[in-house]
Design a protein. Structure first.
Length: 174
């Protein structure tokens, strides 16, 4: 699969930048992509997906979150308090990617909406203060634009060219 084909499926609606708080809760998708739990600025839970050729870049963020969990566990043990909730261990990450809404059916048969953020690139500050950047810019294949249609009585038949011609153009601009 080419990077352009992969990214055209992952980032259908375009790419945006958001700040997300990731927590050390990990998983995988049915396609074998890596995931972690995150929260957006409104505090809504988000599944953050490291898909396709970006999966190998997941290790650094995984290690950082595991380090943060171990530090929190150690500090709570020293203080003699119960281990804090995992959602309170948050890593602020600057993310570039696309939102995807999913409808899930719960155990009661009720549909509920779930948010996913498909990552293209991300950056965070490691425990040593260094800013780490990972991922790759999305490669979106150029799609031709449709030619303007003749709006007369023959709209597309007879007087105009058939089949309609397509001119060059980009689906996404940079």
């Amino acid at each position: 699969m080419s990077p352009e084909y992969e990214d055209s499926g992952l980032f259908k609606g375009g790419v945006i930048q958001v700040q997300l708080a990731l927590v050390p809760v990990f998983g995988t998708t049915s396609r074998g992509d890596c995931t972690t739990r995150g929260f957006n600025a409104d505090g809504c839970e988000v599944s953050v997906v490291f898909a396709g050729r970006r999966r190998p870049h997941f290790e650094a963020i995984y290690n950082q979150l595991r380090y943060m969990y171990a530090q929190a566990h150690h500090m709570d043990a020293i203080r003699g308090v119960k281990m804090r909730d995992v959602n309170d261990i948050q890593l602020q990450v600057q993310c570039e990617g696309a939102w995807r809404a999913r409808m899930l059916v719960d155990e009661n048969g009720q549909e509920r909406r779930s948010l996913q953020f498909m990552l293209a690139r991300w950056a965070f500050q490691a425990h040593d203060g260094q800013t780490l950047r990972f991922g790759t810019a999305p490669l979106i294949a150029q799609r031709p634009k449709a030619a303007p249609r003749d709006q007369g009585e023959t709209a597309g038949f007879g007087a105009g060219t058939w089949p309609p011609t397509r001119g060059p153009g980009a689906a996404f601009s940079r």
